[in-house]
Design a protein around this ligand. Structure first.
Ligand code: UDP
Length: 453
């Protein structure tokens, strides 16, 4: 029987995707994978697969297992603080049951949940690989929470004692005290819960048998000097496999891209959880129109809570007006889109996975960060790698249509940025090829797994 590994993502799209990609690679190396999700996420993945029985075939032999999420029936599962609290108290028992049932010897746990199940895994003599879907620079600062407290950045409850962006080392993105994982809206109590969770995760990650990160050496060379315990194995990608999309992909856009010239299309997408207010969406739409370039824009059904009444009418009118020039889809096969020769730039919320996908394909980026590590990632793109530009909000915090249009034009016509993006993309591909650093690190991980399973 093939050795089995349990994989535990945070049950959100941006975490499920890279951990699915990692799981496929483990299966390719002869391992069995039990992929554990909450019931809601499990249902979304099966829905995305067209409800094919249990997903085992479609996922190339990855076994999906659903666990309850610790919330009551009527609770809002899109409220991330509630979801985290539900998982926090319930996950441990379910993981224990599953470990006993499957007899796994290794748990690959997402760095955002690893603290919740570290003790139970250790109690059952299961080894832990902590996997980070965040940049190594961001993960590294989390691993150093006690030092950041000692250095006076935060008090013992994670409240920032200094406000702003602090450079911890040259050629790294700064630490933004407002954009740490516990820097959430919702008042001091919610912040404290998030801080305690982050501290618990950091402690578990420090004690884990391995710390893996979806990144590569050349993208974050300084971070690996500062945090040598982090092993880069990325950028992971789907490689044509199914990765558990929650929403059905609109495949028309690939044909649409086929009809466009090389590097001519602006691709705009903001990941799986960002929500914009209606006036910002209108400004963005008009900015894309004003730019006068062909655009492909992902507008998820829940991108705004304000699509209704007049605004819906406005959006329909916008779509009709721009029909010859632009295409709006609810979800697409983004990895395929970013690999398409017609895409000339990517307007992004700076989600790490989206950015790695663009980076691997040498696509220049325009940064519109939303929360948490997005600000760190923006600094990488616009200041460290210089493979893209940062958008500037006005005094009201909103980004104007003029800014969208001007910056689109700047980034898509800047050949120096384009060349840097291409060079970094080549480095990413080299790291994944036989003999490359991410390739070798993954091999090392697999060898350790095989020796200890
Ligand atoms: N994505 C996709 N189709 C879309 C938009 C996004 O497949 O239309 C995928 C994208 O390829 C990426 C993930 O959704 O793998 C988003 O992850 P990311 O870390 O960028 O952002 P998050 O959703 O966590 O904010």
């Amino acid at each position: 029987m093939a050795p089995r590994v349990m994989v535990l993502p945070l049950p959100e799209q941006g975490h499920v995707t890279p951990l699915m990609e990692l799981s496929h690679r483990l299966v390719d190396h002869g391992m069995e994978v039990t992929f554990v999700c909450t019931e809601r996420t499990h249902a979304l993945i099966l829905g995305g697969l067209g409800h094919r029985t249990n997903g085992y075939e479609a996922l190339g032999g990855i076994q999906l297992v659903a666990i309850p999420d610790g919330l009551a029936d009527g609770d809002d599962r899109r409220d991330i603080s509630k979801s985290l609290a539900g998982l926090s108290w319930s996950i441990r028992g379910h993981v224990e049951e599953l470990i006993r049932a499957t007899k796994v010897k290794w748990l690959v746990a997402d760095a955002t949940v690893v603290g919740m199940c570290y003790e139970v895994a250790k109690k059952l003599a299961v080894r832990i690989a902590c996997f980070s879907p965040m940049p190594a620079a961001y993960l590294g600062t989390l691993l150093r929470i006690p030092e950041l407290i000692a250095d006076g950045f935060f008090d013992d409850n994670g409240i920032p004692k200094r406000q702003g962006a602090f450079l911890l080392a040259p050629n790294t993105p700064p630490l933004y005290t407002a954009h740490v994982p516990w820097g959430v809206a919702g008042g001091p109590e919610v912040q404290l819960t998030f801080f305690q969770n982050a501290s618990r995760n950091a402690q578990a990650a420090r004690l884990a048998d391995m710390v893996l990160c979806n990144t590569f050496h050349d993208a974050e060379a300084v971070a690996f000097e500062l945090y040598p315990e982090i092993l880069p194995i990325g950028p992971l990608f789907a490689d044509g496999k199914t990765v558990g999309q929650f929403l059905p992909e609109d495949t028309r856009c690939i044909k649409w891209l086929d009809a466009h010239a090389d590097n001519s299309v602006v691709y705009a997408a903001f990941g799986s959880t960002t929500v914009f207010d209606p006036s910002q969406i209108q400004e963005l739409a008009e900015g894309l129109e004003l730019a006068g370039r062909p655009f492909l824009w992902v507008v998820r059904p829940d991108f705004s809570s304000g699509f209704g009444g007049l605004r819906k009418a406005w959006f329909d009118e916008f779509e009709n007006r721009t029909a010859g020039k632009g295409m709006v889809v609810s979800w697409c096969a983004q990895q395929q889109v970013l690999a398409h020769r017609a895409v000339g730039c990517f307007l992004t919320h700076c989600g790490w996975h989206s950015v790695l996908e663009a980076l691997r394909n040498g696509v220049p980026m325009l940064c519109w960060p939303y929360f948490f590590d997005h600000f760190t990632i923006r600094s990488y793109i616009s200041d460290v790698w210089r493979t893209g530009l940062a958008m500037s909000p006005g005094e009201d915090g909103a980004i104007s249509k003029e800014e969208v249009s001007t910056m689109v034009e700047r980034v898509i016509t800047d050949h120096v940025i384009g060349e840097r993006a291409r060079i970094l993309g080549d480095a990413a591909c080299r790291s994944l090829a036989k003999g490359g650093s991410s390739y070798e690190n993954f091999q090392k991980f697999v060898n350790i797994l095989k020796a200890t399973l």
